[in-house]
Structure formats: structure tokens, C-alpha cells
Design a protein around this ligand. Sequence first.
Ligand SMILES: [Zn+2]
Length: 373
Amino acid sequence: MKWSVRLGRFFGIDVFLHFTFLLFFAWLGYGAYVKSGHDPVQTMHTVALLTGVFTCVILHEYGHALTARRFGIGTHDITLLPIGGVARLERMPANPRQELLVAIAGPAVNLAIILVIMIWLTLRGQPLIQDHLYVVSGSFLRALMIFNGTMILFNLLPAFPMDGGRVLRSLLAMRMPHARATRIAATIGQGVAVIFVLVGILVPKLYMLIFIALFVWIGASNEAEDAEEDSVLTGLSARDAMMTEFHVLSPDQTVQQTVKLIIKGFQGDFPVVREDGELIGIVSRQDVFRVLENETPGPVSSFMRPDPPHCAPSDALDGVMHTLRDPALTLMPVIDQGRLVGLVTSENVLELLMTRKALSRRQTPLAARPLRA
Ligand SMILES: [Zn+2]
């Protein structure tokens, strides 16, 4: 993500701090300094607690990322924003059971943290609950426990982009088509957003809810839009959207030759095919520019993306589109009996969608249209 500082790389995933988060952190720290009457010890206590809190947020995101990895889905990075953490998964699993596990893994991490703290406090003979629970001035571990509990409750709200929205969608998708499940989940999410706005207006202390409602509303609309797209695609296969006239690269071609093809306007993205006709990789426009900027250009085989995901002509198009939502993947080769027969790109599918929408409008009977005098 832009405007971020890299904190480090753990389990093969980069963790970034967004600059708005750093500002937020500094603002909270300064606030604690002023509130404590310029007491450095009290301020350090608050800063340590904030660090603990944000570590829990990062661990929550790792819960999602590492569970997704078990299903063969990578994570581009994890970024900490003032509103929380974001793990950018390559895609969400299309299988509802897998989506459920990936979504629930985040809150499960928070629950595990609570249990560890409870066991630790019990072993040391300390009370789990005190009469006065102040997040800032109370005991460090008890405050972390309360924070993790809040995080579980908040994340399990049945609304996108919260984990609860995905949990709800995956549970529905086990019983009905994916697109319909998403539409229902998105509608429930927008209902939650409306309730947030009302509560935010009526309860002065909870005005933050209005702000959160905005995120929820946008998250729900985005998901509903994707679902709409999916439902138009239902019943179509990769064969319907693939282009069959395209250029292929051979592994020993040069970057210069690739650039010439791009400039001539053939394509931006190419499949790489060996002499015997076997697909061995893909090259995107971004790959070519990256090589030109940073590396001494070698043959295509040195900078292509090897073993790309591919599909069969009869594969359902909504599934193909699901995979293509990964921003790192720009085209999907279509393979029939070991031979490359076509390419599907997001633009192809978009054109197909527009054509189908135009046709469906045209089919409206003439009599149903208002007549002009
Ligand atoms: Zn989460």
C-alpha cells in the first residue's frame, strides 16, 4: 500500500504501518501525555498498552492470512490503518466452508489471546475482573483482554467488510447460490449500517458509529455489486468469454521484442508457450515495465510468471472471474486437452457483461416503452 512504512516480514508476509496510522498513534500518545498531567511513566504505560492492542490487531490479520494459505491462497501484505488491520488476500476462497474458516480465524485469534491471558492471571492468583475497569489506567493484561473481547464482538457483526459479513455469506452460500447469498448478506449489512447511524445520532457518546456505518455501507455495496456481476455470469463458461486470436511469446524471446508487440497494440499480457505447444507461464505489461526499470533484461523465461492458474473451456465463468479479481493476475489461459485455446481477461468479461446487459434491455417489448407524441 502507498504511504506506508514497512514494519517487517513475518511468516513470509510484509507488515506495513500506514502513515495515517502513525499519525493516529502519535495523536493517542500525545493525548495520554497531556491527560496524565505530563507524567512520563503514565504515558509510557499507555503507549505500551496501545502497542499491545495493535499487536493483537496484527495477530488477528495473521489468523486470516495463515488460514487462507492452508487453502493455497497467498496474502500480498498486511497493513495497519487507524480503523484496524487489512490483510490483502489474493482472493477469498470460492468454497463456502473455506471462506467460513478464513473469516472466523481472525476473531479466533482474539479468543485465543483472551484464554492465554486468563490462564496466566489464574496461575498467578490474580483476579480476572476488577470492580473498576479502565482501559487506560487498569491493569495492562486485563485491558488487553477487554480490547480483544470488543474486537470479537465488533468483527462478528453480520456486515461487510467485517468478518461477520463473510461468516454470514458463507453460511448462506452453503444452502443457496453464491450470488444470492451475497445479496442477502449485503442487504443485512446495509440494515446494520442504518441501525448504526440511528444509534450514533441518538446516543451522543457513540457518534463514532456514524463513521463506521459509512464503511459498512460501502463494504456492503461493493459486495452486492460483485454479486450482481456474478449472477449475470451464471450459466456462462470460459468458452463464451475467451478471445481466440492472440499473440503468444516463446520463452527465449527478448524484452525488446515483447515491448514492440505491446506498442503495436497486440496485447498487454501474453501467454508464454514452448515449441511443443505447452503453456509454461504468463507475462504482464507490469512485468515488462518492472524488468525494464530494475533488471538487466534477460529472455522472457527469466521474468515470466511460471505455472499460472488456468482453466478449461467448460469451466464456469463466475469462478474464473473470481480468480481474476486477484490484481496480480491479468489473464487466465484456457487449456483444452493440453493445448492453449484461448485467453480470458477482466476486459473480455466486462465486454461480455455490457453486451448481455444491452441485449437484455433491447428485449424489452416495444409496447412496454412510453410512447412519444
Ligand atoms: Zn478480521
